[in-house]
Design a protein. Structure first.
Ligand SMILES: Cc1cc2nc3c(=O)[nH]c(=O)nc-3n(C[C@H](O)[C@H](O)[C@H](O)COP(=O)(O)O)c2cc1C
Length: 175
């Protein structure tokens, strides 16, 4: 039986919630990205990395690319973001973050939300600026109009059922 390790970074709790849902369905070791040095990555066959999307970039992914050999392991990456799971949202995330390795990894995007209460002061400032910029933007697309309204306050659209395809894949890889 193969062994799986989840590495994650979660600033406001959404990615952690998805990690907990994954762990309800499959047995994996787990660590945060901050503590990854305390874990022997080589002992695991399957590496799952999860983190939030910040201004289009998957947080911590650059560090993971340096730490994990995508050629030697099964690598699954999941990103959580406030935007809905739609092709025009997910494609730029893949293009921005995974253009160099998409053929070697399995990627999942999980819709989450915004949690202003758990956000750092700096992040709150960035979100405020982004929100203002979006509301002042002319000729907004429907998605942008919707986004400019919803990000004004905290919300949570995360759902356990979203992890189903990921956990099915982990079960297949574990064998
Ligand atoms: C500074 C900042 C930038 C963000 N940028 C995006 C973004 O570009 N796209 C998106 O869908 N969500 C964005 N979000 C929302 C986060 O991706 C979402 O809340 C994520 O699930 C956070 O994960 P975490 O709570 O595990 O850190 C942003 C949040 C913050 C605080």
């Amino acid at each position: 039986m193969k062994s799986a390790l989840i590495i994650y970074r979660s600033k406001t709790g959404f990615t952690k919630k998805y990690v907990d849902w994954i762990l309800e369905d499959v047995t994996c070791s787990v660590t945060t990205l901050d503590k990854v040095k305390m874990v022997d990555i080589d002992q695991h066959d399957i590496i799952i990395y999860g983190a939030g999307v910040h201004a289009g970039f998957i947080s911590g992914l650059k560090k993971i690319k340096k730490l994990v050999s995508f050629d030697d392991k099964k690598v699954i990456i999941f990103a959580t973001g406030a935007a809905p799971n739609a092709e025009d949202i997910v494609k730029p995330i893949i293009d921005n973050n995974l253009a160099d390795c998409i053929s070697k990894v399995d990627f999942f995007y999980f819709e989450s939300g915004i949690n202003y209460e758990n956000m750092s002061f700096a992040s709150r400032g960035i979100m405020k600026t982004f929100s203002k910029m979006l509301s002042n933007k002319r000729d907004k697309t429907e998605a942008e109009k919707e986004m400019s309204e919803v990000i004004k306050s905290s919300f949570d659209n995360s759902k356990k059922e979203y992890v189903g395809p990921l956990t099915a894949l982990v079960k297949e890889y574990i064998g």
